[in-house]
Each structure stands twice: as structure tokens, then as C-alpha cells.
Design a protein around this ligand. Structure first.
Ligand code: 16G
Ligand code: ZN
Length: 549
């Protein structure tokens, strides 16, 4: 009763905008920032309830990632640092959209009884708050705080301006009883990076004193954090451009999403960067792509998420192979870690062929981090990436304790052997790479460490395989839910007949591959095509787009 009036009172300052329907999509709630106050307030309430139910710390991040600066958004990090449980998404949707304050209170109390959330017995609900550099983040954060405080016993810690992956990392660390401040994050990343560098075989330790990586921070938070991290990483030379302290506008003509979609040089880069190793983060630094400025200084060669995935897969496989026991030495270690690679249908066909050719187990899931992450977690070591640059490497508890055992066994028997080093490298990777979500900062450090390890230039890395020409189109439609797909979005099951027509069109092209799917973030149907040449690819994409129209 008292609880209801607290919520009622707090909500009276936050009425939802009329005629707007929001949905907690793959990326949480996202919209023009001015529409979001009441939603953020209510997600504050949801976060508190989630924390009470799970008896764990929950994260609440205010960001709209790569969207324009006037947008904002809000996402929940669950106790393990991952995305909010899909079981709670429908509640999030109804919560955001109910207009009448009394109905709001009713909705909450129904949900509380259905989920058996012990509201009268709250010892403490704890929420970690973070936001990106968007100016609207300030008032939205205030709304979140008031939402949280309207639940009795709930408290928050304002962690300030963070990258999205930092907040997810902190939530996970807190719930595992580990050190979880931002300082701890920087320490863990830089320490494991330095470990990997120390483990580089001597004969490969070439002097790379003028080998620099130039990083585009999307005019957002990522560049600022990278400057702090850089100081802890020893002699890693990083030049940060487009940090949030400059003149540029967040994500405008810069950042991983821009670079990956437009395939042109981001602002702040040009002629003097031809041949250099360049990288781009997105606005909240959970995406990473690399690129090379072409000699015309306008276009780029994109080294996308698929290439990063391939580099990681190659390295991890090499270490696992080094750890394999010679049957004669040790005939009966029954444990073989399962390495799995997870992609979406957007992965360039050439990357999938390359990975399969390495003998790796490759599976596809629908678009959206939650699907890839979940699939990757089924393996002992699961590597996932979307072509757009979001991805990470997950290590199971089983493989980690196996690695610890191998480490202690090998360090007494043959310290410094290649086998021992392989175990140490994998342990270092598991600490460097974010176990909660894709993280541009930790991804960058791992790419840099592997390039040092292999002695590869970015050109050499980019030549692991040659991308097939591809084209993405979008078709505006009235109702995108009319298109229903199956088999990781590679097959259309509704409306009837479309898939047959796509198949007929695709069969006309050499190396043709094409699929359509409803966007999760815009009112459009997306078309993706690949074929032997760019002309054929464009022609295939266009003919399939006409089928949708
Ligand atoms: C969201 C997803 C991203 C996906 C994109 C596809 C998360 C955190 N983000 O940004 O993984 O690639 O949506 O957008 O899941 P689309 O559905 O509009 O093509
Ligand atoms: Zn992002």
C-alpha cells in the first residue's frame, strides 16, 4: 500500500508522451531523448524489481550507441552482466506504454505477485548507473534515480560516464564478488594485455617502435577511456582522434557504424593516414572495426567484425592445438575443449568459408547480441561477432579450471615450454576480453596483442580471405512484422511464395546468396546480397528488394 503510493507519487512527475509506442527491442528502449523521461523513470523501477528478484546487483545504462546525438536510450544489464532476461521484455514493454498512473501501479503489483517478488522483505536492491556522453543523459539519469528510489529499500550507485561494456563488466564483477571499480577494469585489461605481450616468442619480438594504431572514438566516451587505458599498457602506441573532448558531434561522420556502413573515411582522417592501421569505436564503445585508408584518401578497406573474429579464431585454435597432448606422452586426458564460432547471416560468405576451412565448428543465429551470446556460451570457448563489430570470446568455467590445472601441472614439469605458454595465453585472453558483452577497448587490445604475436601487418591480416562483394538495402514498409523468417533469418516463411522468388533470383548469379529480414530497430525490411562481382551483387539485391515492395 505504502509502496503503491510511493510509485504513484514519483510517477506524477513523469507522464509518458502521448501517441508514442516504445518497445524494448534488441537494444533496449531507444528514441528521441525528449520522449524518454517517463520510460527511463519506469525502467528504474524495473531495475529495482529485477535486483530484488535476483538478489543481485543490476546495471542500468543510458545510451543510444551509434544513433545520432539527439537520440538516447536505456538498457538493463542482468546479474551475469548480460542482456536483460527475455522473460522480462514483455513487462518492460507494457511498463513503458501504460498511460494512466493507476494502471501503472496495478501493472507493477500484478507483475510483483506473478513473479513472487518479495517487496516487503527487501534487504537491499542495488543498481549501478552509467551513461554515455549525450547531454540528455544528465536529466535521464535523474529520472532513473527517482524511479529506483520509489521502490522501498532500493539504492543506486552513479558510476558516471562509462562505455556500455564497462558497466556490464562492473555488474558481472560485483556479482561474482570480484573487484569491480573502473580502476579494476583498467588494471585487469592492461595487466592481461601486458601478459600476452610478454609471452610472445623471442624470435618474433621485432621492434615496432613506430608502429602506431590510430583510433576514431566516434566523438564519444570510448576515445576518452582508451587514453586512460593506454597509459597502463606499456609501450603500446595509440593515437586517439575524435574523443569527446573535441569539437565534433557524437557519431556524426565518424564511428564504427558510419565506417562500416558507408565504407568511407571518418572525419579527422585523411591523406596522411594512408597505409596506417586505423580503428573505429561506436558511440558507446561496444563495437570495433579496423580499416585502411585507400590511396585516394576518401574510401577505406574495411576490416570488419568477421575479420576480427577470424583473427581471434585463428589465434585461439593455435593455442588449443599447442596444448593438445601427444598420445604417447599422455594417452588418457579425456577432455578436449569445444571451440565454437557464432556468426549471423550477415557474416561475409568468405569469412564463413575461411573459418570452416580451418576445421572450426561455425553456427549461425538470428541478428542481435543476445542470440549470439547465448549460443557462444554453449561451448567451452565460444567466439561470436556480428559483421558490424560487436563480439567477444566466452570461456566456460570448465575450460577455465582445466586451463588452471594445465598451467600448474606444466609450470612444475616444463615452465616456459610452448605448451605452458599456450595455457597462459588462453588464461590471459579470458581476463582481457570482456565476458559480459562485446567491448571495443578490450577487443582492440586483443587485436593489437595478436598482431604483435603473429608479426602481421593490418594488410596481411586483411588478406586472410577476400570479402565477397556484398550489398545491403532497406525497403520501407507499412508493417514489417508481415515478414517472418526461420533458420537464423536465412529463410522467409511468411508471406508465402517470397522465398521461392528469392531462390529463383539468387540462382541466376555466381556465388549468389541473398536473404531478407525485418529490422529490429527501424520500420524497414532489410535485404542482404552477395555474389561474385559488385555489379551482380547490386543487381541481385535490387531485384529482391522489388519483391518486397
Ligand atoms: C541492435 C543489436 C545489434 C544488431 C542491430 C541490428 C544489440 C545490443 N544490438 O543494435 O546486435 O546488429 O540491432 O539492427 O543486440 P536491425 O535489426 O535494425 O538490423
Ligand atoms: Zn554500441
Amino acid at each position: 500500500q505504502e509502496q503503491s503510493s510511493l510509485v504513484l507519487q514519483s510517477s506524477s512527475n513523469f507522464s509518458p508522451p502521448k501517441g508514442v509506442k516504445l518497445s524494448y527491442g534488441t537494444a533496449g528502449f531507444r528514441a528521441d531523448a525528449t520522449l524518454l523521461k517517463s520510460t527511463v523513470h519506469r525502467v528504474g523501477i524495473l531495475a529495482a524489481l529485477r535486483s530484488i528478484q535476483t538478489k543481485s546487483v543490476i546495471g542500468l545504462m543510458i545510451t543510444a550507441s551509434h544513433n545520432q546525438v539527439s537520440d538516447n536510450g536505456i538498457k538493463i544489464a542482468d546479474p551475469n552482466g548480460g542482456m536483460l532476461s527475455q522473460l522480462w521484455e514483455p513487462f518492460a514493454d507494457s511498463l513503458a506504454n501504460v498511460a494512466d498512473p493507476f494502471e501503472l501501479v496495478q501493472l507493477i503489483s500484478d507483475f510483483v505477485s506473478k513473479e513472487i517478488i518479495p517487496l516487503d522483505n527487501v534487504r537491499s536492491a542495488e543498481i549501478l548507473l552509467g551513461r554515455d556522453t549525450r547531454p540528455s543523459g544528465e536529466y535521464l539519469l535523474e529520472a532513473a534515480k527517482q524511479g529506483i528510489s520509489s521502490i522501498k529499500g532500493a539504492i543506486y550507485h552513479d558510476m558516471g560516464i562509462l562505455t556500455t561494456p564497462q558497466l556490464h563488466w562492473m555488474v558481472r564483477a560485483r556479482n561474482m564478488g570480484m573487484n569491480s571499480t573502473e580502476h579494476d577494469y583498467f588494471q585487469q585489461l592492461s595487466h592481461s594485455y601486458r601478459c600476452l605481450v610478454e609471452l610472445i616468442p623471442d624470435e618474433k619480438k621485432v621492434s615496432k617502435s613506430n608502429d602506431i594504431v590510430v583510433v576514431d572514438g566516434a566523438n564519444g566516451v570510448g576515445g576518452d577511456k582508451l587514453e586512460i587505458l593506454r597509459e597502463l599498457c606499456g609501450d603500446l602506441s595509440i593515437e586517439v582522434r575524435n574523443s569527446s573532448k573535441g569539437e565534433g558531434v557524437l557519431n556524426k561522420g565518424v564511428g564504427a557504424d558510419f565506417v562500416q556502413k558507408e565504407k568511407v573515411v571518418p572525419s579527422g582522417f585523411g591523406r596522411s593516414d594512408v597505409g596506417l592501421r586505423c580503428a573505429s569505436f561506436d558511440g558507446d564503445a561496444d563495437r570495433l572495426v579496423y580499416f585502411l585508408v585507400q590511396p585516394d584518401s576518401k574510401l577505406i578497406d574495411l576490416v570488419d567484425g568477421d575479420k576480427i573474429l577470424s583473427l581471434f579464431a585463428h589465434f585461439i585454435k593455435e593455442q588449443l592445438d599447442a596444448l593438445k597432448d601427444n598420445e604417447l606422452e599422455k594417452p588418457c586426458d579425456p577432455y578436449h575443449p569445444r571451440l565454437g564460432i557464432v556468426q549471423t547471416a550477415y557474416a561475409n560468405g568468405a569469412s564463413t568459408a575461411y573459418l570452416k576451412n580451418l576445421g572450426l565448428d561455425v553456427v549461425l543465429t538470428p541478428t542481435g547480441v543476445k542470440y549470439l551470446h547465448e549460443k557462444a556460451s554453449e561451448y567451452d570457448i565460444g567466439i561470436y561477432f556480428e559483421a558490424n563489430g560487436h563480439g567477444t570470446i566466452l570461456f566456460s568455467d570448465t575450460v577455465l579450471s582445466w586451463l588452471e590445472d594445465r598451467n600448474s601441472e606444466l609450470s612444475s614439469a616444463c615452465t616456459g615450454s610452448e605448451k605452458h605458454k599456450a595455457a597462459l595465453r588462453l588464461l590471459a585472453v579470458s581476463k582481457l576480453i570482456n565476458q559480459a558483452v562485446g567491448d571495443a577497448l578490450s577487443g582492440l587490445l586483443l587485436v593489437e596483442a595478436i598482431l604483435l604475436h603473429t608479426g602481421w601487418s593490418i594488410q596481411k591480416w586483411n588478406e586472410l580471405y577476400k570479402d565477397l562483394p556484398s550489398r545491403q538495402l532497406k525497403v520501407k514498409v507499412v508493417d514489417r512484422t508481415a515478414v517472418v523468417t526461420a533458420k537464423a533469418e536465412t529463410v522467409v516463411v511468411q508471406p508465402a511464395g517470397i522465398q521461392e522468388a528469392i531462390d529463383t533470383a539468387t540462382a541466376k548469379y555466381r556465388h549468389g546468396r541473398c536473404f531478407i529480414r525485418p529490422s529490429g530497430t527501424e520500420d524497414v525490411i532489410r535485404v542482404y546480397a552477395e555474389a561474385a562481382t559488385q555489379e551482380e551483387t547490386d543487381s541481385l539485391a535490387n531485384s529482391v528488394a522489388k519483391l518486397v515492395d
